[in-house]
Design a protein around this ligand. Sequence first.
Ligand code: NAP
Length: 528
Amino acid sequence: MSTALQRAERPASGERPDYDVVVIGAGFGGIGMGVELRKAGIHNFLIVDKNSDIGGTWHANTYPGVAVDIPSVYYSFSYEPPKQWSRMFAPGAEVKAYADQVVDAYGLRSRIRLNTKVVGGEWDEQQHLWRGRTDTGEVVTSRFVVGAVGGLEVPKLPEIEGIGKFAGKVVHTADWDHDYDYRGKQIAVIGTGATALQLIPELADVASRLTVFQRRPIWVVPKADFPIPELAKNIMVNVGPLRRVIRAAVTLGIDFGISGVGVFHSYIPGVVKLAQRGGGALYKAQLPGNDALAAQLTPDYAPGCKRPSVSNRYLRTFTEEHVELVTDPIQKITKTGVVTADGKLRKIDVLVCATGFRVMEKGFTPPYPLVGRDGVELGEFWDRERYQAYQGVSVPRFPNMFLITGPYGFAAGSYLAMIECTSRHAARAIKEAGRRGATAVEIKQEPHDAYFRKCQKRGAQTMWLSDACADSNTYYVNYQGDPAPIRPSTHFEMWLGNKYFPFSHYSFTARPATAAAPVQLKTVGAQR
Ligand code: NAP
């Protein structure tokens, strides 16, 4: 911990904020940020979350079958190996338990305030601090604010005529009702994305009749899932070098297999075509004697346009007697069921919406107004001038504000790997501000613009904007036609850019009134 950071804050004549840092969201993004703050020697922070428990997406998504869909070893922080995970692809409850493990290991529990929803925030240029407002009308001030609300935060209900009139049960996958008894019910699922493919086989086990309304099929590959033997788990937890080698190998595999192919698609278009052909053959092989069904379930966009998913049960579920795949478009929903374009009504008891989330959409990203310098509101700025952020983390005219999952921040792979990179970036900038006695740190326009230009240029070459994904309706491309949810780079570049960005890319200033007695970040000694 630096000497400068150890000094207590001297407020001089300025307003002293309630906290050095407020982190919005206690999912893995907020938890990872808390860890990085601790590591940087910054302890006067608060993590707020609207939910009644930590875990973010893993608190919200508890639908049957929920599990991580990349190998568990990679879906964890490099510094905290998961102690509980029983399988190669950990079930959701174990991932949530891992969030608790990290929180406890880094003493974050006392820094988290739950049931606290942020409804807006404004930058105070006079005092160099953020004023955040909560839904109870409380105002919390902080020198820095970190938005860690995640990319898949606001559930999207389908806009289908009559949905409000349905008299049965309606449930979204991100708000599963565990008190409802689904057994023996006629269940319909709208959507066939990464979530639905985990849920559908589970619902088939309990429903008297399951109808799946598919607008576009999904690519799914067999899941190499198996219990992790106790010995292997102990080795993974206790032998750091081995764990690091395995993580590096998985990262390289993802860089070559997903990020590389997607980002550098224009140089290697043949790879995607080959994968598509191979994928089609794999579907037929998994559904022997069912070529027509295999054809209905096979996407006509390339693998990787949407989140690549894994399952050993999904495709076969559609061969079960009581399971029907409907590819006719939905026309409307009535009081009793779903009517398709051919006029057929299918009566149902339960309507499950596996219809995804609002990603990089105005009003939802961020899900609250944030007003920076000169009265600029972040959502309006992005809507007007397109989603953009330096390394996915910081935006000009939003001093002392950092994002964990900002535009062009996430190199396809594990969200946790991205969180580690971007939260380290934010903590590094905050710590440097403390070291310099600065009260405001802001990304300069030129490096920001250079990064944005690079993303736009590279983004245009990616698979997601190519013909291969033209009909995929992927949320990797937002409503403005930009692949802003994805950083068009390898994982290695994401790691490098966030860890070693030059401090000269930021301006560090002290509030004029305190220029003679610079405000320092207050620290309360190393913890953990
Ligand atoms: P999604 O990928 O956005 O899929 C939504 C599905 O709903 C699509 O099939 C979509 O059809 C369909 N849909 C939406 N509106 C519709 C409408 N009005 N009528 C008919 N169909 C409609 O959402 P998701 O499956 O929830 O997955 C979101 C993300 O969650 C994934 O990409 C992944 O990143 C994450 N996830 C992660 C894990 C994990 O283990 N880490 C697990 C599950 C999910 P179209 O394809 O035609 O648009």
